[in-house]
Design a protein around this ligand. Structure first.
Ligand code: PMP
Length: 908
């Protein structure tokens, strides 16, 4: 198994799928300085393998990849055979690093710190949460002891009944006031403490840290309940200071003066144990928290006697030009967190610094981990700390230059770039979400994928590696290392200039060109995410607005017709379209394509919303073949859900969407109508064939029916049997038994036979085809060459090979087309029919929209009665069959009265 497949199967299935979709499924096999060496695909004869890395390990490679000074330290560690595991002993490396960190931070804050080492950023956050918890509870515990002593003293001294003469508890006895205080303290001490973090904060993804993280784009069911938490959405200093005042609990104490008079005082205690803040928020799109807000947070923490925690995991370690990103604010925190670049890109290490005045020594005894304090990571980290000072000036200079150049790009393309933010080598470029014309491209460019699509263009065209920030994916992170050269700055600016220009001009053909390379590896569907509970009941007609809405679901068209769905990509060849659709397969959600109003000839108007089920017919067939039918069905049900959410009262299942939902049966709705629209398709063909059969001479009335066990095929057989002399039902090899069942039902009406070979059509002057095949099944050699033949193709996509069109003896009628009444010519992308003509399944959906009381004639298996009902429904609204023979269109009104009863007589 190759790395791609192994990663997809055993490591990160969802990432593998995403990377495949976005053509980010690349392997890096080396890293030096700011460059990664890409493993080029086998047979690639172009493209460079050196990629300029601006992801920078999500901020952890400030000193580039494999910095020689750090490699030296690592090598030394190996050569000296230092023990990696020496728990429960004195760890010299940890001691040196801890002292160094304490001194560096202390030089800014004036404090000294006790340092708890760990392995990851989130672990440092967890440690801070735990330390703040114990600190908070111990402080309350100490207070509780003080009050207990005060109460005992009051009793001992005989002043327990003394009534307070002044203060907030005036008039109440000392004992009562002190007992109440003790209760309140005990309640707070035993309750879970509260942690505060900011809007858009990112503090990691473990259960506790994940609660502090504001993960708007993470599914709700991936959130594990962590510590009690409050979010600060308003950052204005005046709001921050008093933010949680109502949570503070007043506690009264009593003092007795020399004259023996009791006085009461109040102090406020709070459940808040700590406030977390990233001085520059990284993952939310690089947003600097203003110094005034940091100062207000300091005040807030003090008001609540809580710890102020600066999470400098991403912004610290010199990345912004100063060791602490918060340095310039003049605000000191109680705890500091470091990780990422602390390990120099080689070691996994994190550190929690706690002001020694607040440190709870026992914490260090109980909060341990196997890998904490190891000499290998600590020694590399100490060397990395040294490097942060070595590169300090260079970081500042490069940061200024880079920001300047990127700002110029942003100014050149204001339509594409919102702004460039950040400081030093922590920059973010926020892009406008483009608004392409087509629904398909709007779906492709959703908030989650924009940054990754930009990343693909930069990677494949400019050999520059970026990714979006985690919780604000329309911002692309630019986090190069301190080694970045001025020439690289030019390259970066040129790369972003290209991307922004393409976005601004709407040149999606070029921007997405990297998606037109066929994907490698096996496709796997995404897992279904259960939907939120639907609003209930679904509203009924008229209550949603002035017009009835219907949603017509259709899968994407064949790759060669992608231009119809996305005119922006018209320049792509069929192969390019196919490759891009293959990459995007399973990646897109159902989306609204377009909406139009359609008016009845008699009475009524509907709004038709076309909803795309995001797979092609070929993908549907392939998914069924590879056992992924459940995914297909699910995708259609998601599209139904979208239709319902958009207010549709009728859901029509076009193209393959009815087949994969078992002729609509899997769409279970109680207050809206669901139709496959197939009855009207059958009605169209029936209308045509009756005329044809009525005109045919004896011996000419032999019909070959392909797909007779399908939903439409079976009802067609029933409908036309009474009108022909003989019929052959043709199916796929292996279908004989099921064909025989259909044949048996017809045997009293017509001379019927079955065949598993399409050659059986060679003696049929009339051929009707309605299979589910994604590819044409009827080829020229299946048809007689020496007589006139009518082929009625009801399948979408068509069953008849294009070569048949060239046969002079064959008249090919694509069945199931309806002309709209009047001069209405709404354009539905993906439907490449002449103006004003729709597929009959869509017309049936519209017809149901005109008549709120008429039940769906096409839910589950079709019946001849249903076919006639659909025909009558269409007739009532002027939706008449259009026959398209080559380029000729002829519309003939339904022949309702003449034939209606005939069928009923024959098929009881
Ligand atoms: N805090 C901040 C500010 C971060 O940026 C990150 C990582 N992006 C973390 C915490 C979590 O670090 P880790 O991924 O190592 O757990």
């Amino acid at each position: 198994m190759n790395a791609e497949s192994g990663f997809a199967r055993y490591a990160r299935p969802e990432f593998a799928r995403l990377f495949r979709a976005l053509h980010l499924d690349v392997i890096y096999q080396g890293g030096q300085g700011d460059h990664l060496t890409r493993k080029l695909p086998a047979g690639a004869d172009q493209g460079t393998d050196q990629v300029l890395d601006l992801v920078g390990g999500a901020g952890s490679s400030l000193f580039g990849h494999n910095h020689p000074a750090l490699l030296d330290v690592a090598r030394q560690c190996f050569e000296e055979r230092i023990p990696f595991n020496a728990q429960a002993s004195i760890r010299p490396g940890a001691a040196e690093l801890a002292q160094r960190l304490s001194e560096i931070v202390g030089a800014t804050t004036g404090a000294s710190y006790v340092v708890t080492l760990g392995s990851t950023g989130a672990e440092a956050v967890e440690a801070a949460v735990k330390h703040a918890t114990v600190e908070h509870r111990r402080r309350l515990g100490a207070l509780q002891e003080q009050f207990e002593v005060a109460l005992r003293r009051a009793h001992r001294d005989g002043v327990a009944d003394l009534v307070c003469a002044s203060g907030p508890a005036q008039g109440r006895s000392s004992a009562e006031v002190l007992s109440e205080a003790l209760d309140r303290i005990a309640d707070l001490r035993t309750a879970d403490p509260v942690f505060v973090s900011l809007r858009n904060a990112f503090h990691g993804k473990t259960a506790g840290a994940g609660t502090l993280t504001h993960g708007g784009n993470v599914p709700a069911d991936l959130h594990v309940p962590g510590p009690r938490h409050r979010r600060l959405s308003d950052w204005s200093p005046q709001h921050v200071v008093t933010a949680f005042d109502s949570d503070r609990v007043p506690v009264y104490s009593v003092t007795v003066d020399a004259a023996g008079v009791a006085h009461s005082q109040v102090r406020h205690l709070s459940p808040v144990a700590a406030c977390f803040v990233e001085p520059i928020q990284g993952e939310s799109g690089v947003h600097e928290v203003p110094a005034e807000t940091l100062a207000a947070l300091r005040e807030l923490a003090d008001r609540h006697e809580a710890a102020l925690v600066f999470d400098e995991i991403q912004c610290g370690m010199g990345r912004t030009g100063t060791f602490l990103a918060s340095e310039g604010s003049g605000v000191a925190a109680d705890y500091y967190l470091f990780s990422k670049s602390l390990g120099g890109g080689l070691a996994k290490i994190s550190a929690l610094l706690v002001d020694e005045k607040r440190y709870v020594p026992e914490f260090g005894r109980h909060h341990t981990s196997t890998f904490a304090d190891d000499d290998f990571s600590s020694r590399i980290a100490t060397a990395a700390v040294d490097l942060s000072f070595t590169y300090r000036d260079r970081i500042i200079e490069t940061g200024v230059l880079l920001r300047e150049r990127l700002t110029e790009v942003a100014q050149r393309w204001p339509d594409a770039i919102i702004e460039v933010r950040g400081r030093g080598l922590l920059l973010g470029i926020e892009f406008h979400l483009p608004q392409p014309e087509s629904g398909l491209l709007r779906e492709v460019f959703d908030t989650e994928s924009l940054g990754y699509l930009i990343a693909g263009r930069l990677l494949h065209t400019h050999a520059i590696r970026v990714i979006p920030t985690l919780s604000a994916p329309t911002t692309v992170r630019v986090q190069p290392s301190a080694l970045l050269e001025p020439a690289d700055v030019d390259r970066i600016a040129a790369g972003f200039d290209d991307v922004a220009g393409l976005l601004s001009r709407g040149d999606y053909t070029t921007l997405l060109d990297h998606l037109t390379v066929p994907p490698a590896g096996v496709w796997q569907p995404p897992q279904h995410v259960p939907l939120p509970r639907r609003d209930w009941p679904v509203l009924h007609s008229g209550s949603r607005g002035d017009v009835t809405r219907v949603a017509f679901l259709a899968n994407l068209d064949v790759p060669g017709k992608l231009w119809s769905m996305a005119p922006e990509l018209a320049a792509w060849s069929d192969d390019q379209c196919e490759a891009a659709l293959d990459r995007m397969w399973g990646e897109l959600d159902p989306f609204e394509v377009v909406r139009h109003r359609v008016t009845s000839e008699s009475k009524g108007e509907v709004e038709v919303i076309m909803v795309a089920a995001p797979f092609t017919a070929g993908q549907a067939v392939a998914a069924l073949r590879t056992g992924h039918g459940a995914w297909l069905r699910r995708t259609v049900l998601d599209a139904v859900e979208l239709g319902v959410a958009l207010g549709a009262e009728v859901i029509g299942l076009g193209g393959h969407t009815s087949i994969v939902t078992n002729a609509a049966r899997d769409v279970v709705e109680s207050s809206i109508r669901v139709t496959s629209g197939n009855s009207l398709t059958a009605a169209c063909a029936y209308d045509l064939l009756r005329l044809e059969l009525a005109a045919a001479g004896p011996g000419e009335r032999r019909v070959g029916l392909v797909g007779g066990i399908g939903n439409i095929g079976a009802v067609m057989a029933e409908l036309i049997a009474p009108h022909c002399d003989s019929m052959v039902l043709v199916g796929r090899p292996g279908s004989a038994r099921r064909l025989a069942t259909v044949a048996k039902r017809l045997s009293s009406v017509v001379d019927v036979s079955i065949a598993e070979d399409l050659d059986a059509l060679r003696d049929c002057p009339i051929v009707v085809s309605a299979t589910n095949s994604a590819d044409p099944v009827i080829l020229p050699h299946h048809l007689a060459g020496d007589r006139k033949i009518l082929v009625c193709d009801l399948a979408v996509p068509g069953d008849v090979h294009p070569a048949v069109t060239g046969l002079s003896n064959v008249t090919l009628v694509s069945g199931g087309r309806i002309q709209l009444p009047g001069m209405q010519t709404p354009h539905f992308p993906g439907i490449t029919l002449p103006p004003g003509i729709l597929y009959s399944c869509m017309a049936e959906t519209i017809g149901l929209g005109f008549e709120p009381e008429t039940p769906s004639p096409s839910y589950g298996g079709l019946s001849s009665a249903g076919v006639l009902a659909a025909r009558d429904l269409a007739a009532r609204h002027g939706l008449h069959p259009a026959r398209i023979v080559s380029d000729d269109i002829s519309v003939q009104p339904w022949i309702v009265d003449q034939f209606g009863s005939t069928i009923e007589e024959h098929i009881g």
